[in-house]
Structures are given as C-alpha cells and as structure tokens.
Design a protein around this ligand. Structure first.
Ligand code: ADP
Ligand code: MG
Length: 731
C-alpha cells in the first residue's frame, strides 16, 4: 500500500482546492462587528443599565442583580439579531487553552410554552462541572465545585463557527471558596495592584492621574504547513512538534524567507483569520514572513493588558480553526522543527495613565523626564530583583527547546536598554555621594527626548538576543513562548512592577520626611536603584558563551529547565511578594506549582511515548525493509560470483543501517524503563526532574540522532514520514 506520505504529496502537487476567502472588506466596516462594545450597549440598554455597565468596566463597581437582568436581556436581544441561539461562559483554565460550555437561550415555561431568555444569573455566574480542570489539589482541599463569574472589563463577543453563532461571556474561573483556577483571576489582581502602586507614584508628578493601566501588544509567531502532510505524522498530531526529521539541504541559511513575499495559500489563510479577528475586535495590524521557512508573524495594535490577553487567546483559537478550513495546520509550538528557529510571542509592555501619558515614553520637559526615569528605573529594578520569577513565568516544556537555543533569548534574564540610556544611567550612577540639588540642570534636563532618534536607532539595530529589551517607549519581553497564555508572564511582570513601585514610594517618602526636597529624594532613590540593579543590564550578545560566564559572575540566575525554573513560584521571597500584593494565596501558589509541574511531566511523557511508537512502527520497519533489500543485493552479487569490491559500498551502508537500528531500538527500550522508574516517584517535582534529566535528557537526543541518520540512508520511497523539506517548503 502506498504510504500516506505519498498520498499527501500527491494531493499537494495536484493542487488542493483553494478555500475561497471573501474579498477583504474595509476593516473599519467590520471591526467589532461581533462585539458587545459600550457603543452597542448604549443602543441596547436603558440609561440606568448602561451606566451600571460602564461603572463596572471602568471603576470595578459591582453590578446588582436587577441591573444584571437588564444587561443580560439587552445582550440577548443584540445577539439574537445576529443569529445567536446559544451562550457560553468563556474562560481560561490552567490547561493553557480556553474553555466553553454552551447553553441555549431556549427554555420552557411551567406550562410548556417555549421561550428565549437570558437571565442575570446566567450572565453573571455559572457553575460548570469543574472536576476535570486542573486544580493542583485545590478542590480536594477546599470545595469540589468551581464557578465562572463575568469579567465586565472584557466585552462579550459572538463566536461564529460555520453557521453557528454563540455569545461568549469572558469570565474568571474560581473554586467555590474563591481560589483562582484560571489565568485571568490573578492577572486582574496584578493589574489592580499595578494601578494602585503606579497611580500613587504618579502623584509626585501629576495630581490629575487617577488610574494607570498596563498595556500589552503581543507579537505572535507561528508556523503553517500543509495539513495533509502534518496529519501523517503522529508527532505533529499529538505534540505539535516533530520529534524526528533530518535538517533539509536548504534551511534558513539563505535568509530568503524573512519579510519575503507571502505564499498565496498562506496569504488566503491570513486574510481569512484576520477578517474573523477584526469582527471579534482583535486589532491585528501587521503580518509578515518570519526567519524560518514556513514561519510567520502577526501583531495587533496594543491594548489594555486584560483585553490583549483575551484577544491573544481568542486569536490562537481562531488561527487553529481557520487553518483547518484551508487544509493547513497552524503550529503554535515553540519549537516544531529542530535546527530551525522556534516561535516566540514577544510581549510589548508599557504603562499608560488616564491622562494619556505613556509612562515608559521619554518626556519632553525635565519634569516628565524625571517621571519617565522613575518608571524606567523601577522596571529595571523589578526585573533585577525578580528575574527568577520572570523566568518561571515563561517556563514550559515547549519553551525549554527554544530558550538558549541560539536563536531565542537565553534562559538568563537580562535587560537591553541601548547605548544612550546606558550612558544616562551611568551618568546618574557616577554621582554617588553627590547630593542632587533641585536646581541641578544636568540632572533634571537629561534631554532624553532630544535623543529619541538615537533611541529609535538603538531600537532598529536592536539586540535580538536580549530577553527583555527597551524599545524606545516600551519594554519587549521576548522570551515568552509562542503557545503560552500571556497572562502568566503579564501577572508576574505587573506584580513585580507594582511591588517595586510600592518600595520606591516608601523610600522616597522616607527621604521627604527627613526634610529632603521631592525631586532630590526621587533622584536619590533612582540612583540607589541603578546601583542595586545594574548587574541585570547587558548590551552584548546574549547567545555567547562569554555572557553565560559573565552572568554567572554577576550572580544572575540561569535556570535551563522548566522543573527547576518553576521553583521560583514557591520561594519564600516570591510567596511573600504574591501574598502581600494579594495576587495568590499560599495555597494557590502551591497548587499552581503542582499544576505546572504536572503539565510538564505529561508533555514530556507524551513525547517519549510518541518517540517510542514512531521508532517502532514507522522508522524501524522502513529501515529493516531497506536493510533486507541490501542483504538480498549483496547475497545476489556474491552468488553471481562478483568480487567483494563490487558490493563493498552496499556492505558499508548495510553496516551503518544495522548499527543505527540497534542503537535506536536499544535506547527506546531503555527510555521506556526510565519512564517506568520516573512514574514510580511520588513527589511531583522530583518526577518532573526525572522526566527532564533521565527520560528526555538521556534519551531524546540520542534516539533522534540515529533516526535522523537512518532518514539519510534509507531509500526515500520506503520512508513513510514526510521530511522537513516537504513540511517546510511545500504548500
Ligand atoms: P517592532 O515591530 O519594531 O517590534 P512596533 O512599534 O511595531 O515595533 O510594536 C510592536 C508591538 O508593540 C505592537 O504590537 C505594538 O502595538 C506594541 N506597542 C507599541 N507601543 C506600545 C505600548 N505603549 N505598550 C504596549 N505595546 C506597545
Ligand atoms: Mg517587536
């Protein structure tokens, strides 16, 4: 029987039916078409109900049951006008995916009269069967049930799947006793903490600031390959990455893909998912080819962080779904192909005041400059003090393949700020002992704004090797994995910023109480923070070995694997951080730690199984088939009386193949043994370490090495798995 590989290849060369995408509509005509925005609410709600909704979105005010009923009713009327029959609470449990459970508006009155309704209770709170979502033992300790509760700060939207339309209500997901079971709840808490701390510090500069929001603009990298080819590979189907595959003769060395012309089939896919995104209010702005073949990127206009996170989660869903429609597979894994760049999700982050100021944008006057410097230096201090936590917030089995793999930022968290700001900080630092005075021109007129062109230059010439880079008016956290929910990194980042700003305020107030002038006090604390945290600043090549050594000297953490990186969630220092800022309780942290370890174990476990299965049922049979052919050939030549040199080459190949076969099958067996041993371990952390060091660490590379060698030796027509050249270059 012809292998699926060749059928899939056949299909591709016969030209797949192209999915028709409607002609692009003007974006402003469809943007937010399926979102219950405040403008829509204005039309569908009474004055009173609208005001109540507005207050809850802006000021975190509670909506009472009576208003809830009216808002729900307005939402239903709007949604029904768009063909919606069902609604769901849409939430992000700790699986890393989004979850939904649909209910219809349809109901029966007591006398059997059918009716469509959407009650306040259904909008505000639901009780999904929570028992199958990860809880890290929280529910066992507390209460078996969990509930979802409406998050009015992220607007409801209509999800269109085929002809079906569902009203989705963004919600948090918590246990009955209030412990968070999702990624949104802690994020919202971190954003509240950040708001409070940053608004307080803003008071030094501008009394009109009453609110500070964290902004997030993510850049999403992804691979797109032919679904027919992808579906023939168990590794891609089950793990989202290839566990085997020799590098193609041509990879990314020509750099001919980056920013190149977008292939037609991919272009249709992009336009299609973009149109869906616009309707959902996701403000996608850019699309382009990435460095690796078959790799692409899209990025939206930045938004308030909670909304940006929801939009990213939603987009990942949409991309997956739309790709299928085009006979394509969208890979969000951090490292789908060995030897080729992986995918990240750069998190561009800044802080904005309700007076319209970007706090990480250099100011134009001495006063706004000092404000910029304050937030800039506090961010550096936060990253310095909690580098271990930031590292933990991006840790996952997938991201382990990428971080430090000489194409992505290293596992060492450092900050790149560019030449100009480095000089500015050095200048301030050099003045230790020198009491700043209010009239000090040099101090207050850093003239940072005048160097904006220089900043931008730094920015374009930006250091791609840095995990955390200042890019002119925002920081870019580049180490986040492509499949991650941004909430994890954003919760960590905004919490550490909030905490650092709180300390900053206490330090400044302390000096003011001692009689120091405000500006002078601020400058002195800034100087102190620069001194304390400058070891995290690094402008050089983050990929180099020299940096690894230097970072060690500086005492910067460099944790390469997830099981160990996750320890940072449960150190005393970080527990205190999260508890004092009311982000996570002690129990929640322990539970999360447990869940993340379990998730790591499961992922590596699945990969190990897939490797074993594929070796046994795909690789070795192909190799043995070819081995037999060679044996037959050699025996035949021998029998025909030909001299040994006439089959010397065949013998050489046969020997090599036989060796590779033995190494592969031996190591697969040993890996299975190691897995069994790991499964016996009771302590989750130790089990995760065993999976990391003993199962993956000892066997993945060696098995793969020999499988990939076989791929180079075995007759191509016997090889049943699509090869890298086909996966990456055919579409
Ligand atoms: P580049 O492409 O050089 O990385 P861009 O200016 O295009 O830089 O920005 C990339 C991402 O950063 C976009 O998603 C953009 O919306 C986002 N971004 C820009 N300004 C901010 C900001 N103040 N806060 C958060 N994200 C921002
Ligand atoms: Mg960028």
């Amino acid at each position: 029987m012809e292998s699926l590989r060749f059928k899939a290849l056949d299909n591709l060369s016969n030209g797949l039916p192209k999915t028709k995408v409607e002609a692009s509509k003007k974006i402003t005509d469809i943007f937010n078409e399926n979102v219950f925005t405040l403008d829509v609410a204005r039309k569908f709600l009474s004055d009173e109900a609208y005001k109540s909704l507005l207050a809850s979105t802006r000021g975190h005010k509670k909506i009472d049951r009576n208003m809830g009923a009216r808002i729900a009713n307005g939402m239903r009327v709007w949604a029904e006008g768009k063909g919606v029959t069902h609604f769901t609470h849409w939430f992000q449990p700790l699986t890393g995916l989004s979850a939904e459970k649909h209910d219809s508006f349809f109901t029966l009155k007591s006398d059997g009269t059918p009716l469509e309704e959407f009650e306040a209770g259904a909008l505000i709170q639901q009780e999904p069967d929570a028992s199958s979502f990860p809880s890290g033992g929280l529910r066992a300790t507390f209460e078996a049930r969990g509930y979802t509760a409406w998050d009015p700060s992220s607007p409801p939207f209509i999800m269109e799947i085929g002809n079906g339309r569902t009203l989705c209500i963004p919600t948090i997901f918590v246990s009955y006793t209030g412990e968070s079971l999702d990624t949104k709840t802690p994020l919202l808490k971190a954003l509240v903490a950040l708001d409070k701390a940053a608004t307080d510090v803003c008071q030094y500069f501008d009394k009109n600031v009453t609110r500070v929001t964290a902004t997030l603009g993510w850049e999403q990298e992804y691979f797109v390959i032919d679904a027919g080819l992808a579906n023939t590979r168990p590794d891609l189907v089950l793990t989202g990455r290839t566990v085997y595959g020799h590098a193609p003769a041509k990879g990314q060395q020509l750099d001919d893909h980056y920013f190149g012309a977008i292939p037609e089939r991919i272009y249709a896919f992009m336009r299609d998912f973009e149109q869906e995104s616009y309707k959902l209010g996701i403000p996608i702005r850019t699309r382009h080819n990435e460095v690796a073949p078959a790799q692409f990127e899209c990025a939206p206009i930045f938004e308030e962080t909670n909304l940006a996170v929801d939009h990213n989660t939603l987009l990942m869903d949409v991309m997956d779904r739309v790709a299928k429609r085009h006979g394509l597979k969208c890979l969000l894994h951090e490292k789908p192909f060995a030897g080729i760049n992986g995918s990240g999700k750069h998190n561009n982050w800044s802080l904005a005041t309700d007076t319209g100021v970007n706090l990480l944008g250099p100011g134009k006057t001495p006063k706004t400059n000092l404000m910029f410097l304050t937030f800039f230096v506090n961010a550096i201090k936060a990253v310095h003090d909690y580098a271990d936590l930031l590292r933990a917030s991006i840790a996952s089995a997938g991201n382990d393949h990428r971080l430090g793999a000489n194409e992505a930022p290293p596992a060492i968290i450092s900050i790149f700020i560019g030449k100009y700001l480095t000089e500015a900080l050095n200048e301030i630092e050099a003045r230790v002992g020198d009491k700043f005075d209010e009239q000090d021109e040099a101090m207050l007129k850093l003239d940072i704004h005048k160097s904006i062109p220089e900043l931008m230059l730094d920015n374009t010439d930006r250091n791609r090797t840095s995990p955390f880079a200042f890019t002119g008016n925002k920081f870019e956290f580049r180490a986040v994995g492509s499949s991650a929910n941004c909430a994890n990194s954003m919760t960590a980042l905004n919490t550490i910023m909030a905490d650092t700003l709180k300390s900053f305020k206490a330090d400044v107030d302390g000096l003011i109480e001692k009689g120091e002038k405000k500006e002078v006090a601020i400058m002195q604390v800034i100087q102190k923070y620069i001194v304390e945290s400058k070891s995290v600043l690094f402008e050089g090549d983050g990929y180099s070995e020299a940096w690894e050594k230097e970072a060690k000297k500086r005492g910067l953490p460099n944790v390469k694997t997830t099981p160990l990186a996750l320890d940072a969630y449960v150190t005393n220092k970080n527990k205190k951080l999260f508890e004092s800022n009311e982000i996570y309780s002690h129990a929640e942290l322990e539970a999360r730690h447990e869940i993340m370890l379990e998730s790591y174990i499961k992922k590596v476990q699945i990969e190990a199984r897939v490797m074993g299965d594929m070796a046994t049922t795909f690789i070795l049979p192909s190799a043995i088939k070819y081995q037999n052919l060679l044996i037959k050939n050699i025996v035949g030549l021998k029998e025909a009386g030909l001299p040994a040199k006439s089959y010397a080459n065949q013998k050489q190949v046969l020997t090599a193949i036989s060796e590779h076969i033995n190494v592969v099958s031996d190591n697969v067996e040993k890996m299975i043994e190691e897995r069994k041993k790991a499964n016996e371990i009771k302590d989750t952390r130790k089990m995760a370490i065993a999976y990391c060091d003993n199962v993956k660490g000892k066997y993945f590379d060696i098995i793969r090495y020999h499988v990939d060698k076989l791929e180079l030796l075995v007759d191509d027509s016997f090889w049943t798995l699509p090869k890298y050249r086909e996966l990456l270059f055919l579409r």
